[in-house]
Design a protein around this ligand. Sequence first.
Ligand code: C2E
Ligand code: MG
Ligand code: MG
Length: 698
Amino acid sequence: MVKIIDPLRLHILFVEDDEDDYFLFQELLDEIEGTQFELTWVSSFDAAFHEIQQNQHDVCLCDYQLGARNGIDLLKEKVALGYTIPMIMLTGQDCREIDLEAMQAGAADYLVKGSISPGLLDRSIRYAVNHARTLAALREREEQYMLVAQAANDGLWDWNVQTLEVYFSARWKSMIGYTEQELTASMDEWLDRIHLEDRDRFQAELQAHLQGQTPAFEIQYRIQHKDGLYRWVNSRGLAFRGTEGQVVRIAGSQTDLTHHVALYDQLTGLPSRVLFLEQLKRALSRVKREPNYRFAVLFLDCDRFKVVNDSLGHHIGDRLLVAIAQRLEQLLRPGDVISRLGGDEFAILTENMHSLFEVETIARRLNKELEKPFALEGNTVYTSASIGISFNSETTLNPEDLLRDADNAMYRAKALGKSQYTVFASEMRDRVQSRLQIETDLRAALDRHEFYLHYQPIVSLETGMLRGLEALIRWQHPQKGLISPTEFIPIAEETGLIVPIGDWVLCQACQQLQEWRNAFPGTEFLSVSVNLSRKQLSQPNLATNIQRVLVQNQLSPHNLKLEITETMIMDDEEAAKTILMNLKALGFQIQIDDFGTGYSSLSFLQNFPLNTLKIDRSFVWALDSNTERHEIVQSIVMLAHNLGMTAIAEGVETPEQLQRLRDFKCDLAQGYLLAKPLPTEGVEALLASMRPLPVSVA
Ligand code: C2E
Ligand code: MG
Ligand code: MG
């Protein structure tokens, strides 16, 4: 409460052990016009303190000399106990040190007795009173604001430590499924609902704050809802202390974390990876206390999820994930933690396991139950799960390791076929090891000149003439031999190494093309296609970089074709559009690689400045058999032409495929049938002869 202060009538507490000084001050105050002062005079520290506790005065004028304890001691004590009355310090002589000390301790002003005029005293008192009033108003506003903000969505609680009664607000109760009339005002109502695993931690945090060891009480824990399930909540509180520092009440708020974006998956409502790792950390800390405590992590990946998503659409895909989450919740024990890690991956923490058999039983049950059909908005959808299992051991230190082990085991399970489970074995770390090794070696590969390029001819289907070359990177590893780009490009991408590697490919390809154009007359029209990676595309200096390389090699923009995949654009359409527009404005040609494997639609493609669609080899291969896929290829070619684009077929391996592509009027082709990716000498032999490649099947 703010004390209502009458500006014309101020109550002054005057602390002074010298009677003469008291009379002197009374005279000074009498001379001040417009304000009436009521003076309470006390002459000792204790009497002064008693008056302050009564909280009856607007301002305190206090002599520095008060016998054994001085005015600053009084000031400090008053501040420490939270009394807000402003205090003006009076001294016999001007002393800068006392002045500073007084100010630091929170004095409103410092006056030297001999040199006080009525005007100075008036101003000093008014300033002190106003300042205190503003502070009090601010403090109250802040308290009100906090209450309003919290009451909107948080439950409030207020525990009177003396009567042991707890007030729970209606929102506090409804958060865990109860009405305002339910639950008694006892602390047990609260404590009994806290998850057993979290109870000790809760008590410890509470005690720590009550004993003044923490500035506030704050904890995230699970509380049991009326429906029997546990919810994650965040509780915060602050203790209110009496004059002797003893706790009178502790009050605060409780927030439901169920909809907290970082902690909960928004689609399924399950805990996120962040929260899951938190739980693993908690379980691991229990092992410190109980070395034999065992728990298991099950890593689940849905088989065929992509098929469902592609054929029935994202919406049904989402429904399936929700249904899987629900089925998992039904199958597992209430204490198990189920989390959606992202995509179609789930993780389960199941604690207090006594044997491998016990966990395997759970995995088998999950496998079996997830094979059963899901009815989703009129569709019957089948899926299944591959499960990897890892256990903690005495040596397990961090949660990430456990999750990664389970993930690795899951890969093994997948390799065994659908709906399988595998228990992690340490050999599986080798896969991780070899990946780490590749990463390390990749860093050194550029400097050691271990990369080189092959070039695969791109041929006109009409004339059989060579039209361009696709640059494909090769890595000659000193120990492992030739490593495929499909193996190391994703790692390079993840580690960011793709940027310098991509730059190298670009320079190398352009330089090589220019050499060939100079060496072989009549090849000025040749172009080179370079694959760009996701990371490269988002480099801000991509366009200027490419331009610089072209200038260095005296090439013009139409000599260079940039290959990107559909998914690279789809990640961030707006950003991609801007980048592609820039590249296009500079005259570069943009090709969509592996076309047909993403989900782009006609209208989608129209929005981008593209020159060429490169039909994915899976469609080309389907041309051998008599399926509806023929029509897909045909319509891609037509689509490309209608949009003013060129069509290239990649991966052409048989004469039948070639013939069909010619029938469909596909412009260009690339594939083993015509030519494999060639080392530079191979390309040179081809350029020297400049004979058409056999595209017509006689
Ligand atoms: P891509 O861009 O789709 O390249 C075509 C891949 O298909 C090449 O594999 C090529 O050797 C292979 N191929 C060509 N004709 C046939 C055929 O008739 N049958 C079969 N089965 N395959 C054929 P490669 O060289 O192993 O490259 C694989 C992928 O690695 C490329 O797919 C591309 O995505 C990526 N890649 C290669 N070089 C680079 C590069 O310099 N930078 C980036 N970012 N990615 C690259
Ligand atoms: Mg390509
Ligand atoms: Mg391709």
